[in-house]
Every structure is written in C-alpha cells, then in structure tokens.
Design a protein around this ligand. Structure first.
Ligand SMILES: Nc1ncnc2c1ncn2[C@@H]1O[C@H](COP(=O)(O)OP(=O)(O)OP(=O)(O)O)[C@@H](O)[C@H]1O
Ligand SMILES: [Mg+2]
Length: 223
C-alpha cells in the first residue's frame, strides 16, 4: 500500500558545537492514507523534533524519511519544499503566522505559493476562515488576534491545500473546550472525508483516544 509517510531507523541529535543532545534513536513509523495517529510523551522527549523531520524541515542524523515514496535525503531543498507544499499541512506548536500579513493572507499563502489565482485563493481562504468563526477577523494581523484565534488561523492555513497528510503539534494547546472540539472536528473531517492522514502530537488523552492509534515517544523511540 502507498504510505504517505514512512521513516526507518530514524535518529537525531542536536549538535551545538561541543554539546551533543541525542533525541531520537532507531525510530520507525508508517502512516497510510485516512489513518490517524496520536503521539504522546513527556515534555522534551522529542515530539516536535520528530514532526520537523517528518515534514522535511530538518535532516535526520541517521535513517531516512520518505514522503509518498520519495526519499527526502535524495531531494534538493527546493524539491522538498515543493513536496511539502503539495502533500503536507503543518500546524506548529507555536503558530508561526507571518506577523505583517492579515489572517486572510496568511491562510491564502500556501495557495499563492503553489500558483493559484489570487482571487480564487482569497475566496477559498475567506470561506474556510468563516467556517471556523473568523469571518469578522479576516483583515486582522496576528498581533490583533487572541491566542486561540491565531491558532485557528494557523489550522486553516494548514488545511487550505487539502494536504494528504496533516502534521499537527499540540494544535489545541491554546484553545478552550469549545474551540478544541471545533478544531478537532475540522482535522477529523479532513482525515475521514478526504482520506488525508493525520499525525497529531498532544498531551490530552481524550484527544489521543479519538485517533485510530496512539504511540508514546519514550527514550527516543515510539512504543
Ligand atoms: N536547538 C536545540 N539545540 C539543542 N537541544 C535542543 C534544541 N531544540 C530542542 N532541544 C532538546 O531536544 C529535546 C527534544 O525537544 P522537542 O522540542 O522535540 O521536545 P517535545 O517533546 O516537543 O517537548 P514539548 O512537549 O515540551 O513540546 C529537548 O530535551 C530539548 O531540550
Ligand atoms: Mg514540542
């Protein structure tokens, strides 16, 4: 079966000159279309590091990551960027919105980058933001939004290109119960209706249990 993401024998150590911090070790993971997976684990165990490797934002120290059967270590920086734009949606632990752009422009950005016509990109983005209750905040910049609103904009940005895999790093960490349900609903809808895979890092066991499976990251590997 076609795996959206597959990684083999993945190892990673941060290397700041003299100090080496090993984080991941001999980690294997596969995810199919329409599957959902929660990753849990203590603070500092390497969950964000793992998602960064899966999304091609960083290169592993050992082992390899494949996205749609393409081995990232064999691709140029530009090819990885294109692969990510085509197949992945990324929700960061800290929203990483562009501060000088409006909510609407932030959400439309992935579509504009891949070359969609501006008016279509803005129309689609405006509809998605309205669907998640932000119709009156389209022209606000991140600094003019609440923490939960920023996170919802970041989620809309990750969903806008209908990714085949969504990588989400504690996407509901800043949200109240109502927004958590809404955001979770959006992600699960994409997962179930569009058969996109979902890899979600969370500290919330109630959320983890809603996924098809959940794994714990411990001593650098998934158990
Ligand atoms: N740039 C860096 N240089 C050195 N060590 C780092 C760097 N970034 C992270 N680390 C270390 O790597 C480990 C894994 O960090 P990571 O951010 O992946 O953890 P996490 O599981 O996402 O934690 P949290 O639940 O708190 O978000 C941590 O112990 C951290 O101290
Ligand atoms: Mg983290």
């Amino acid at each position: 079966m076609n795996k959206i993401i597959k990684c083999q024998n993945l190892g990673y150590a941060y290397n700041d000159g003299e100090i080496k911090t090993p984080v991941l070790n001999a980690l294997n993971l596969e995810i199919n279309p329409a599957e959902s997976l929660a990753i849990i684990g203590q603070s500092g165990c390497g969950k964000s590091t793992l998602l960064n490797l899966l999304g091609g934002m960083d290169q592993p120290t050992t082992g390899k990551v494949m996205i749609n059967n393409a081995d990232l270590s064999q691709l140029s920086e530009e090819a990885i960027t294109n692969l990510r734009a085509q197949h992945l949606g990324f929700i960061y632990q800290f929203h990483h919105l562009l501060k000088d752009f409006s909510a609407l422009d932030n959400v439309a950005m992935p579509l504009l980058i891949r070359g969609d016509a501006t008016h279509l990109a803005l129309e689609k983005s405006s509809k998605l933001l309205s669907d998640i209750g932000l119709q009156n905040r389209l022209n606000h910049r991140p600094a003019e939004l609440s923490g939960g609103q920023r996170q919802r904009v970041a989620i809309a940005r990750a969903l806008i290109n209908n990714p085949s895999c969504l990588l989400a790093d504690e996407p509901t960490g800043n949200l109240d119960a109502k927004n958590t349900q809404e955001v979770l609903g959006l992600m699960m809808e994409l997962n179930q209706q569009q058969k996109s895979a979902l890899i979600l890092v969370t500290h919330d066991m109630n959320i983890a249990k809603k996924m098809d499976q959940f794994l714990t990251l411990e001593n650098g590997t998934l158990v």
